[in-house]
Write a protein that binds this ligand. Structure first.
Ligand SMILES: Nc1ncnc2c1ncn2[C@@H]1O[C@H](COP(=O)(O)OP(=O)(O)O)[C@@H](O)[C@H]1O
Ligand SMILES: [Mg+2]
Length: 270
């Protein structure tokens, strides 16, 4: 359903994606792991058509995203629910208004129908009765859940989660993981979830990919991922400081002669 083929993207002299290829099947939950600054968010933004590849492409349902017309791209974005790390709710609106915002804008539903759909979404994320609260009255975990509810309001076929649990305590991380599983079961959506959290990765993944320095170095079912021979994968899984993960990046020619950027300090840096 989603196919990424040889995707390359640089910003100025900095090569962020260096030929990423991976695919996500219909209804599959793919988790993407990787250190900070490896291009995970940039990858998701290509799926949304927010960035244009330097070379390679992303296709959704067989259509190349950066070749879509404006109208087609608009339709594609409506079919994708995106949850950013920062839920970015509108502070002046209630929870219900936040969730209903896209419905008011993009559908012909009347206010009663919108209220019903908002209630449905609140139910799916376990926030029944919370519609009249303001974002300032919510905990971090609740804000994330409202962000999920908003992302699913238009009944997307695809959900993209960018670090949905970063900054949450382990219990709320588990709750969010369960919500993602429920959404998958109830809506049958295809999803890509970026996370640093190994527990939630194994909780929600049908397959796990690992990005490292702009390349996809592993794409496996969870059991095979655990025993993946790549030492970078093993170091990430063990969360150890010693290993190739923190070693100097590859030679200068990868960066067009610019000084190499510093290596990420920690696999779990937010
Ligand atoms: N719009 C942009 N302009 C310039 N550089 C960017 C832009 N978006 C991301 N980058 C750079 O791309 C690299 C990867 O970013 P990102 O995908 O956000 O990393 P992460 O894997 O932590 O999500 C970073 O070094 C970031 O500075
Ligand atoms: Mg990111």
């Amino acid at each position: 359903m989603i196919e990424v083929v040889g995707l390359r993207k640089s910003f100025g002299p900095k090569q962020v994606l260096r030929g990423v290829s991976l695919s996500v099947e219909d209804g599959e939950s793919l988790v993407v792991l990787g250190g900070s600054g490896t291009g995970k968010s940039v990858l998701l933004k290509h799926v949304m058509g927010l960035f244009k590849p330097d070379s390679g492409h992303v296709s959704v349902d067989g259509k190349v995203v950066d070749q879509l017309s404006r109208d087609e791209l608009f339709e594609l974005r409506k079919s994708i629910g995106m949850c950013f790390q920062d839920a970015a709710l509108f502070d002046s609106m209630t929870v219900a208004e936040n969730i209903g915002f896209a419905l008011t804008r993009h559908t012909d539903l009347n206010p009663t129908q919108i209220r019903a759909r908002v209630e449905e979404c609140l139910h799916l994320v376990g926030l029944v009765g919370g519609g009249e609260l303001k974002p300032s009255e919510l905990s971090g975990g609740m804000k994330r859940r409202v962000g999920f509810a908003r992302a699913i309001a238009l009944k997307p076929r695809i959900l993209l989660f960018d670090e949905p649990t970063t900054g949450l305590d382990p219990v709320m991380t588990d709750v969010i993981g369960n919500i993602i599983l429920d959404l998958k079961a109830e809506l049958g959506v295809t999803s890509i979830t970026i996370t640093h959290d190994l527990k939630s990765a194994f909780q929600i993944a049908d397959r796990i990919a690992m990005l490292f320095r702009g390349e996809c170095i592993a794409l496996e079912h969870p059991e095979a991922f655990k025993t993946h021979p790549n030492p970078v994968v093993q170091q990430f899984l063990k969360g150890e400081a010693e290993g190739p993960f923190l070693q100097d990046p590859p030679p200068l020619h990868h960066y067009h002669g610019q000084p190499a950027p510093p290596a990420p300090r920690s696999a779990h840096e937010a």
